[in-house]
Design a protein around this ligand. Structure first.
Ligand code: XMP
Length: 519
């Protein structure tokens, strides 16, 4: 995309907020890209960035292995914005003095702006604004040629800039990217527009044009296949590729028998009838259920489902589309960053099934048209491509489907029970208007039976657990404080309408230490 858009590079020193900086800049319609702080100078310059942000990070410049950048980067005349650790790094590299503060400054602080001529132009009300601090060390003496442009009660140098000479460096002791910093958005815009001279060209409309061109060029006259799950990522990736190459794309949707009620129908309706996309529906329910018979271990379930999925997909692709050369995948930018992260990949708690095994085995080349996008950008793109809201705003649904929500062995009877309970949860959550505020809301079928009474009859039946969580990215989550009336309605509807269930419980655990799914 480089020939089309101005670019800001963000060097990541491991701050939890690095992705947020990238998103804020992209919201200003300027393309931004995260690179590990260890990226060589020549590589950085080869990207021809209009400006560079040095992120915060957990290290102290005094640490033995403190991450560094070559001093030369500061002498290139490129606009640089150092945030927290980035500020301390600049100070250290340019022979200023960083001191260990006697106590960490964390949380809200009032910032007094002393120079509103460029970075702080129009930021805050009057000469002050609220900022979010999170740092241990602080600037004791600025490097030569720097001037303080804002202060707080605790930090005489809460922001500084270089004056004169070739350097165009700005540094902040606080985080402009977080919502608690009022005026942070304005500040970042001042940096990218006025100081770096970027133009706001990064829109999803322009993205569609560029991506369509690129896909056409990459694919030529070849055939392309895509595993469609109906989730937002694979749906948008498929729709975008279809926009580029039309009938050269064939999507394969595998019905593994572990789907929710109406799911297959919705995919058919949207992609075949509405978007007129080549869609093959593979009915493999019997095969999956046979393979899962008697299996109770969650990881074994995942492995069986993942392997069978690949086998089915491969067989279908080979027999019907033997000459396909490309595979579309809905990889997102956070996955890309994760794999090149300065912090290294995070530990695997559950083996998340994806189709990663496909291209190597099938010798297919990958098309990943969402590789540069964040989730919220993917949604805007989906809208741009005419996908219905139902797909764009769908809550995540795991690849192994209902199999990991039936604790113990998966049987047709248990599937039917869970599917019916799931449908009630879905209907009631949508009706309450809370669907979009929740990360996921679903039912889990427990492997226990409890005693109840219905009419004059004693019952001995199953228990459904409700799992409803809020989360930003699925990495951490909290149980949702749903209104009691809503919980009551869901519970009584499930007990009345779902045969075989006589009790409903609500899951009150957060992640960590629990996970979102029960298996
Ligand atoms: P956990 O249970 O690990 O879930 O807290 C975090 C998010 O990941 C989803 N999940 C999966 N997705 N295959 C998937 O495609 C899986 O095996 C899988 N396990 C969990 C889960 O629904 C939640 O959104």
């Amino acid at each position: 995309m480089e020939q089309w858009h101005d670019r800001i590079l963000i060097l990541d020193f491991g701050s939890q907020y690095t992705q947020l900086i990238a998103r804020r800049i992209r919201e200003a319609q300027v393309y931004s890209q995260i690179l590990p702080c260890t990226t060589p100078l020549a590589t950085i310059l080869a990207y021809r960035p209009k400006g560079i942000v040095l992120s915060g990070g957990p290290a102290s410049v005094y640490d033995k292995n403190a991450p560094m950048i070559p001093r030369q980067l500061l002498e290139e005349g490129l606009p640089i914005l150092g945030i927290c650790y980035g500020m301390q790094l600049v100070t250290k590299l340019l022979d200023g003095e960083v001191a260990k503060a006697s106590h960490r400054e964390y949380g809200r602080a009032e910032l007094m702006i002393d120079d509103a001529s460029d970075l702080f132009k129009g930021v805050g009300k009057g000469a002050s604004c609220q900022v979010w601090m999170s740092h241990g060390d602080r600037i004791e003496r600025m490097p030569k040629g720097f001037r303080s442009i804002a202060h707080t009660a605790n930090s005489p140098v809460a922001a500084m800039k270089s004056t004169g000479g070739k350097r165009r460096i700005y540094c902040l002791q606080f985080h402009p990217e977080v919502a608690h910093t009022t005026g942070g958005v304005k500040l970042l815009r001042n940096f990218v527009y006025d100081i770096c001279g970027c133009k706001p060209t990064w829109t999803m409309r322009s993205y569609v044009d560029t991506a369509v061109e690129q896909i056409r060029e990459q694919v030529g006259q070849e055939q392309v296949i895509c595993a469609l799950s109906g989730g937002v990522d694979s749906s948008v990736a498929a729709a975008l590729t279809h926009r580029a190459i039309g009938d050269q794309l064939t999507c394969i949707f595998v019905d593994n028998g572990l789907l929710r009620a109406g799911e297959k129908e919705q995919v058919k309706q949207t992609f075949a009838r509405q978007l007129h996309l080549n869609l093959r529906l593979l009915d493999a329910a019997q095969m999956f259920l046979a393979a899962l018979k008697g299996v109770t271990d969650p990881e074994r379930k995942r492995k069986i489902i993942g392997k069978l999925f690949i086998k089915q997909f491969e067989a279908e692709a080979k027999s019907k589309l033997g000459d396909a050369k490309f595979l579309v995948q809905g990889t997102l930018y956070p996955d890309v960053i994760e794999s090149v992260s300065f912090k290294g990949p995070s530990a695997t708690i559950k083996t998340h099934h994806n189709v990663g095994g496909l291209p190597t085995k099938m010798r297919l080349k990958l098309i990943e048209p969402l590789r540069e996008l964040f989730k919220d950008e993917v949604r805007v793109l989906g809208k741009e491509l005419g996908l219905p809201d139902d797909i764009i705003w769908r809550q995540p649904f795991p690849g192994p489907g209902l199999a990991i929500r039936i604790l113990g062995a998966v049987t047709p009877e248990r599937l039917a029970m869970l599917r019916n309970a799931e449908a009630v949860v879905d209907q009631e959550i949508r009706k309450s208007g809370l669907y979009h505020d929740l990360w996921q809301a679903f039912a889990v079928l427990l492997p226990v039976r409890t005693v109840g009474v219905m009419g004059d009859q004693r019952t001995y039946e199953h228990v459904i657990a409700l799992r409803v969580v809020t989360s930003l990215d699925g990495m951490t989550a909290d149980w949702a404080k749903l209104p009691h009336e809503l919980l009551g309605t869901i519970s009584s509807r499930i007990i009345n309408e779902v045969r075989g269930v006589n009790r409903v419980v609500y899951d009150l655990s957060s992640k960590p230490p629990s996970t979102i799914e029960w298996e």
